[in-house]
Design a protein around this ligand. Structure first.
Ligand code: HEC
Length: 111
């Protein structure tokens, strides 16, 4: 009988965190996104600055990022490089990239 509160408490905590997780939008795997981003940051600046013809992609809402990547993937958006890159990514990889780049803060210009 004495054990009961010790068992019940973690169960309540687990139930609560399940409910909390369900209330939030599906999030990509940020760590996977950081890993995959190695390819992207050859062109896109992690600081969020535009660089030549390459637009900034940090601090975007995840939904928007996912939608844009999917539109390159299914060639609704016209850009050969991005179509090829997005075409190689599956949905969870795109979500992971959205979570990673979305979590980065836009940094002020250095000059
Ligand atoms: C070889 C350079 C290069 C690489 C590598 C690259 N991109 Fe791009 N990306 C571009 C260019 C150039 C554009 C602008 C294309 C256009 O005009 O539609 C762009 C556009 C985008 C956009 C849309 C930006 C906007 O403002 O509409 C997103 C999102 C994006 N890239 C994500 C990524 C991700 C994620 C990766 C890594 C998987 C990646 N890019 C890798 C060059 C690159």
């Amino acid at each position: 009988m004495k054990m009961r509160p010790l068992i019940a408490l973690p169960m309540i905590a687990m139930a609560a965190s399940c409910l909390a997780a369900r209330a939030e939008p599906a999030k990509g795997d940020r760590a996977l996104g950081e890993y995959l981003a190695g390819e992207c940051v050859a062109c896109h600046q992690v600081t969020g600055q535009a660089s030549g013809a390459v637009p900034p992609i940090v601090a975007w809402p995840e939904d928007q990022f996912i939608a844009v990547m999917k539109s390159y993937k299914n060639k609704d958006r016209d850009n050969q490089i991005m179509q090829t890159l997005a075409g190689r990514l599956n949905t969870s990889e795109i979500e992971a990239l959205a979570a990673y780049f979305g979590s980065l803060a836009l940094q002020p210009m250095k000059n």
